[in-house]
Design a protein around this ligand. Structure first.
Ligand SMILES: Cc1cc2nc3c(=O)[nH]c(=O)nc-3n(C[C@H](O)[C@H](O)[C@H](O)COP(=O)(O)OP(=O)(O)OC[C@H]3O[C@@H](n4cnc5c(N)ncnc54)[C@H](O)[C@@H]3O)c2cc1C
Length: 673
């Protein structure tokens, strides 16, 4: 240990005095690489704490408290590398060991009071604290986050939002304290995205006052149910038949294990097996064979059944009733979108810190090798992703604020925006992880460096809580409905950020210059133009298919290319707008200047990557070329701020990885001892 400390002091002194290290072995001294902390050569032009405050948006102290609660405990697999502590689960453990570790970690967090108020607390403040703490948990481990997400957001959320007082009194405190464990059984082998088609059947027996739940066939088995190996209770979604008439999908509470952990009679449970990630979560399958549950176990805020078997609901429309039952899934999309942004942040912080210390090739004979981040091509692969993650942080904060202040009037907008952000941020995260993995070269392959493992762990974000493609289809359908309603009723667009449709068509200058390209007015005009034109084209194409005799549903299906382009345009415009709104709150100064560069890079990379701008002529070929040339210029201007920008994420060292710091020392022979 002493030897390592003195070696580190020596390296640091050499850097500060800019002298070559003395020979320490038979190797030629000038050939030895030594680690130079990026902080020695990169200044900070703005206040990092202020930037972090903007990025995290809320509950910074709560986040820091939980970071330290995790780092303090041996349960979180602490390892020392080159004098630093890192925490990261051991994904090489067996599935059973990972599940056991997840449970021990949950018990520890329960003891430390992390979940207090998660279900019994009321108001935006409590909800924001919960979201902040959940984001920190996600940064440690996806399994831990998923397992807790199922228990608190899906099971707990369903009890809270679909249940009424009798359910709240019985279940909410017990759920919050983790005295009981809940799961959420919606998906089936045969129906995942199309949950409206689930096959589980529930009937009512008025002689006993009980519901009877049945899995009618193998495709109706509940599938992927997180927590199935530990849970005592589940929400079971099923088609409710009353007097032979199907009232649609309803949610019930069913006990599946007794307090000793024995599976209840008439229930069968099996595991889903090993997965490409989240093996710390017990995803399972459940069959119901004439399972009898009390009438009171119907979550009855949407619809109820009287003791005599009469179906009662204020919502007469079956579609609206179905939508109300899926409301707990909104919180799932909000937390997934926010978590995806934080995972991208960790990966970018690791890859950028590494690129600021790793050199490859000299461009002059005997000259020093070039830092990776000084290659324009390396800047081009990482800095636009950094700009996107900044943009998406603002949007995630905006979405969270909308969510915690939700009202019946805002629910539709929250559904559409959370769907757009969930799909866009998780796809962007997958791309960011791949690019960061490659940018770290061989080191990116090592498990301890996290980025590579994240790919397996978080790639599935694109599938659960709404398949991304299916969510994007819903957005374009919702925009279509707005368009048609405004046309038919001759009323202005209002909501979803579509008010720009009421104004004159934006005019794009025929010759773009750098100042124009970097102005937020031009950028938002260009994004408005794309969204507006794509919405009109999509509506026209759907109408054209309908005029040829296709049904509306089939016309939507056939117009999928424009639908996908439109939902992307909607999402990117919404993101740009939240960036501009955040910027507008800041006084002039260095922080605002850097954010201006990031916003321009976000806008221009989005243009450069989307062929619709050129396909439909929103930009001339000449202007498209000017935009393309602007991207490396913006990257070069952001390069000096790269370290400050990732340091502003406020992620503790322990949540990054050894290659983000002294990767020479952490791989030295002495560190193996
Ligand atoms: C790790 C994990 C944990 C999960 N946890 C839970 C849980 O706790 N509880 C629960 O109820 N469920 C859970 N799920 C299930 C999850 O919600 C579903 O897997 C998801 O909704 C997708 O359904 P599916 O798997 O049936 O895919 P499908 O719906 O069959 O989709 C397969 C493919 O078809 C495409 N597709 C579907 N419809 C269309 C269409 N209309 N047009 C074009 N393409 C289409 C999709 O884009 C997708 O690529 C979990 C899943 C996973 C992987």
């Amino acid at each position: 240990m002493d030897h390592r400390v003195s070696r580190r002091t020596e390296i640091l002194t050499n850097h500060l005095l800019r002298r070559a290290p003395p020979p320490s072995s038979v190797l030629q001294p000038h050939r030895c690489l030594s680690y130079s902390p990026p902080e020695l050569s990169n200044g900070f032009a703005f206040d990092l704490r202020e930037m972090r405050r903007l990025m995290d948006g809320h509950n910074l102290e709560d986040r820091d408290w939980l970071f330290s609660v995790i780092v303090q405990s041996a349960l979180f697999n602490r390892r020392e590398r080159a004098g630093r502590i890192f925490v990261c689960p051991d994904y090489n453990q067996s599935m059973e060991q990972q599940r056991e570790a997840t449970m021990r970690r949950i018990e520890y967090l329960v003891e430390r009071g992390v979940f207090q108020g998660w279900l019994t607390g009321e108001g935006p403040g409590e909800e924001l604290r919960k979201l902040a703490l959940y984001e920190v948990i996600g940064m440690y481990d996806h399994s831990l986050a998923v397992k807790l997400g199922v228990h608190y957001f899906l099971w707990g959320g369903a009890v809270k939002f679909l249940g009424t007082k009798r359910h709240h009194d019985k279940w909410l405190s017990a759920t919050e304290n983790y005295d009981m464990k809940g799961c959420f059984a919606l998906s089936e082998l045969g129906h995942g995205s199309n949950v409206r088609g689930i096959e589980t059947i529930t009937t009512y027996d008025s002689n006993t006052g009980e519901f009877v739940v049945n899995t009618p066939c193998e495709s109706g088995q509940k599938y992927w149910i997180g927590g199935a190996d530990h849970a005592t209770h589940t929400i079971v979604f099923s088609q409710l038949y009353i007097n032979g008439s199907n009232q649609g999908v309803h949610a019930f509470i069913a006990q599946i294990r007794d307090s000793d952990g024995n599976i209840c009679p008439n229930i069968r449970i099996a595991d889903c097996g090993h997965k490409i990630g989240v093996n710390g979560v017990d995803n399972g399958r459940i069959w119901f064979d004439n399972v009898r549950i009390p009438r009171e176990n119907l979550l009855n805020s949407v619809g109820d059944v009287s003791p005599t078997g009469e179906y009662l609901s204020d919502i007469k429309n079956v579609d609206q009733r179905f939508a109300a039952f899926l409301a707990p899934l909104t919180s799932g999309r909000v937390i997934i979108a926010a978590t995806a942004v934080y995972i991208s942040k960790i990966s970018l912080a690791i890859a950028i810190r590494y690129a600021l210390t790793r050199r490859a090739f000299s461009i002059t004979p005997n000259g020093p090798e070039v830092l990776l981040l000084d290659y324009p091509s390396h800047q081009r692969r990482l800095l636009p992703l950094l700009a996107k993650v900044y943009a998406m942080s603002f949007s995630a904060n905006d979405l969270k604020m909308m969510y915690v202040k939700r009202s019946p009037k805002s629910n539709k907008a929250i559904h559409i925006i959370s769907s757009a952000y969930k799909a866009t941020f998780t796809w962007n995260n997958i791309r960011t992880l791949q690019e960061c993995r490659e940018a770290c070269g061989g080191q990116g392959v090592k498990s301890e460096n996290r980025v590579g493992l994240f790919m397996g762990e978080f790639e599935m974000h694109s599938t659960f809580e709404g398949d991304n493609k299916v969510l994007m289809q819903q957005i374009s359908k919702a925009l279509f409905a707005e368009y048609v309603a405004c046309q038919k009723q001759n009323k202005p667009f209002s909501g979803l950020g579509l008010e720009h449709m009421n104004k004159d068509l934006p005019v794009i200058p025929s010759h773009l210059t750098t100042p124009t390209i970097r102005s937020s007015e031009f950028q938002i005009d260009l994004f408005h133009l794309r969204e507006r034109d794509l919405l009109r084209r999509f509506a026209d194409e759907v109408s054209e298919y309908q005029s040829r005799g296709e049904s509306k549903e089939s016309a939507f299906i056939l117009s999928y290319q424009l639908a996908e382009d439109l939902s992307r345009a909607f999402s990117e415009r919404a993101i740009l707008k939240t960036f501009m709104d955040a910027e507008s709150t800041l006084p002039a100064g260095s922080l605002k200047n850097v954010l201006g560069l990031l916003r321009s890079l976000y806008a221009m990379i989005s243009v450069d990557e989307d062929a619709t701008f050129f396909r439909y002529g929103y930009l001339s070929t000449e202007n498209a070329f000017v935009v393309r040339k602007e991207v490396p210029k913006l990257c070069a201007e952001l390069r000096p701020h790269a370290l400050a920008l990732v340091s502003s994420f406020g992620i503790p060292d322990a949540f990054l990885s050894p290659i983000a710091y002294n990767w020479v020392d952490s791989n030295s022979w002495s560190s193996q001892l």
